[in-house]
Ligand binder design. Structure first.
Ligand SMILES: O=C(O)CCC(=O)N[C@@H](CCC(=O)O)C(=O)O
Ligand SMILES: [Zn+2]
Length: 333
């Protein structure tokens, strides 16, 4: 079964379940594939990609890993829910069709318009709820794979959802083995997929940003070979293989302020080519939106995800301050 090709074509496999020597697989709906190893396992992982349809490198990476697991080329020692998040947007080569799916999780709100993406958010919420509630697995993880729209000073980085408790120690050890160069801690809850799984299911969750968005077939997947190896070793519970991977020493950041687009008057005062993690000194005017002015408040802040084209009401960028990595394990925000 070519999971990615079927998903892009909007088709289902001839049979919705099957067995290999090491696992059973279950097609749970468009873009939803569950793998259950025959051997006893103690962890239940969700790995998602394609929540934004034009972020193709992680989609290709996940499709390759899935083909390997189904063909028995890689061991599996945990229960896995694999998700291709927005198949219609993937087929159209677009971030989303009508609404940004990664701003719609954690239940419907009265202010949410209806449409394909709100419906998909509810389907994905139900799929992870069924997956984790169907088992008594003590350990739940979720890695949501994305790419950035623009170039980044850190090629591979992670965003950790805001949470009261400290972050999962195994996840904080895994990220450097995956070649992650920077960790960004959110300071406020968001309606992202990784925040949803962390807040509602207590999962060790993060968003992984892998390079810059390019069309299918134009990615240099060698840049993410270590992420792939670390995912494969993680779900194989192969601690020796993880330890053998070269470890990065990631920089730590926290979100210091959010640039919110209140109206169509929002304008960014930044060079169009400014890379993610560019530093700006205190006082720099970053953006304006009618009476609102956004300026760098700390001595120095780093730019992340500036995008004036988002819908009014959504975040149009984040500003970060550098923090010691040790603060990521702290209990309070
Ligand atoms: O490059 C950009 O502007 C956006 C890249 C992207 O899709 N990032 C995610 C981050 C999710 C998070 O904050 O955990 C997003 O914006 O949804
Ligand atoms: Zn994305």
């Amino acid at each position: 079964m070519d999971w990615l090709a079927l998903t892009l074509a909007g088709q289902s496999p001839a049979s919705t379940q099957g067995r290999t020597a090491q696992l059973s697989w279950h097609w749970r709906g468009p873009g939803l594939l569950e793998l259950i190893p025959h051997a006893a396992c103690y962890e239940a992982w969700v790995i998602s990609a394609g929540i934004h349809g034009d972020e193709t490198a992680p989609i290709e990476l996940l499709a390759e890993l899935t083909a390997d697991w189904l063909a028995g080329r890689r061991p599996l020692a945990c229960r896995l829910l694999l998700i291709l998040g927005n198949p219609a947007a993937m087929a159209a080569g677009r971030r989303y069709l009508d609404l940004d799916l990664n701003r719609l999780f954690d239940g419907p709100r009265a202010s949410d318009p209806s449409g394909a993406e709100p419906l998909r958010a509810r389907q994905l919420e139900a799929a992870v709820a069924d997956f984790w509630q169907a088992t008594e697995m003590p350990i739940r993880r979720h890695y949501d794979l994305h790419t950035a729209i623009r170039a980044s000073a850190h090629l591979r980085f992670a965003l950790l959802p805001a949470q009261e408790s400290g972050y999962d120690a195994a996840m904080l050890r895994w990220l450097p083995s995956a070649g992650i160069e920077a960790l960004v801690r959110h300071s406020a809850p968001g309606r992202t997929f990784s925040h949803f799984t962390s807040a509602r299911f207590g999962a060790a969750s993060c968003t992984l940003e892998l390079g810059k968005a390019r069309p299918f077939g134009q990615n240099d997947l060698s840049q993410f070979a270590q992420v792939k190896a670390a995912l494969a070793a993680g779900v194989a519970a192969d601690t020796d293989a993880l330890a053998d991977l070269p470890q990065t020493a990631p920089k730590g950041y926290r979100v210091s302020q959010e640039l919110r687009k209140h109206s169509e008057a929002f304008v960014l005062h930044l060079p169009a080519a400014a890379a993610n993690f560019t530093a700006y000194p205190q006082g720099t005017l970053l953006a304006e939106d009618g009476p609102h002015q956004y300026r760098v408040q700390a001595e120095r802040e780093y730019l992340l995800f500036p995008n004036a084209r988002v819908a009014p009401g959504l975040r149009a960028g984040l500003m970060l301050t550098e923090i010691p990595l040790s603060q990521l394990a702290d209990k309070a925000g």
